[in-house]
Ligand binder design. Structure first.
Ligand code: COA
Length: 260
């Protein structure tokens, strides 16, 4: 499907989604959010894609936030709808069933930081800047930022970022646990691809169950989450990949997983 504001390609089981509005620092207008909805639904149902890498076009921005020109015209009713649709998109990404790696190649502000937080793993280049500057515009985050930031880095640190609206460096984001790794600009994509390939070498259903156990489990009481883990653990025994993985180990050869 051709997209106006996205680039999408598939290579060796990796789906590359690039938000492509560099002249506006890849700000998320409504059309881009709809296209993200479409592309992530496409990747979710595509067996040729095992991992998605999400990045921004150009060398300045991942995503510099929601489109402020559109926000400025917003009514209360539209605002609520916009926030709900964005939240649904990010929840869909978070529960895609396959890992999404955010390659944060520059500014990840507001909706951009929220989008990155819905991804499974975040890698930032050393020029990246992250933050939730909404309060400087008379707003609060509306794509889950108040919730995911606190869950990811803790309430106190999240509130400091949310209330000051301060932009932080990639190094500081790493120190806070907001990003998993920091690389040079040149190493950003190779690092994301290396992690993607490490994941792709593993049993796809086991990867999917791990994602589900962590993402869904964190929202449950511990006892229920442990039951979910045990159920998924048991379900692994029904897969061909489990038999192949254990047999390959015992036969001292690499496993050939089929995702079945
Ligand atoms: N929405 C709409 N347009 C945006 C945007 C956004 N969130 N962020 C940047 N742009 C546009 C600018 O308006 C400018 O467009 P123009 O050339 O037509 O005037 C273009 O992108 C380049 O941005 P500019 O501000 O000139 O770049 P800069 O390097 O001087 O500053 C930032 C970069 C990120 C510090 C600055 O663009 C900024 O503060 N953006 C808004 C961030 C924000 O508050 N996001 C949260 C929104 S809820």
């Amino acid at each position: 499907m051709p997209y106006q504001y996205l680039l999408y390609e598939k290579r060796e089981q990796i789906g590359y989604v690039t938000i492509n509005r560099p002249e506006k620092l890849n700000a998320l207008n409504a059309a881009t959010v709809r296209e993200l909805w479409d592309v992530f639904h496409e990747t979710a149902h595509d067996d040729e894609v095992g991992v998605v890498i999400l990045t921004g076009a150009g060398d300045k921005a991942f995503v510099a936030g929601a489109d402020i020109a559109e926000l400025a015209e917003q009514t209360p009713i539209r605002g609520r709808e916009t926030a709900r649709f964005g939240q649904q998109l990010l929840s869909f990404i978070e529960r895609l069933g396959k890992p999404v790696i955010a390659a944060i190649n520059g500014y990840a502000l507001g909706g951009g930081c929220e989008l990155a937080m819905a991804c499974t793993i975040r890698i930032a280049s050393e020029n990246a800047k992250l933050g939730q500057p909404e309060v400087r515009l008379g707003l609060i985050p509306g794509y889950g930022g108040t919730q995911r930031l606190a869950r990811l880095i803790g309430r106190g640190r999240a509130l400091e970022l949310l209330l000051t609206g301060e932009m932080i460096s990639a190094e500081e984001a790493y120190r806070l646990g907001l990003v998993n790794r920091v690389t040079s600009r040149e190493e950003l994509m190779p690092t994301a691809e290396k992690i993607a390939r490490q994941i792709l070498n593993n049993a796809p259903l086991a990867v999917r169950f791990c994602l589900e156990a962590v993402t869904a489990g964190l929202e449950m009481p511990l006892e229920e989450a442990l039951l979910l883990e045990a159920t998924l653990f048991g379900l692994c025994a029904a897969t061909e990949d489990f038999r192949e993985g254990t047999r390959a180990f015992l036969e001292k050869r690499p496993a050939q997983f089929k995702g079945q």
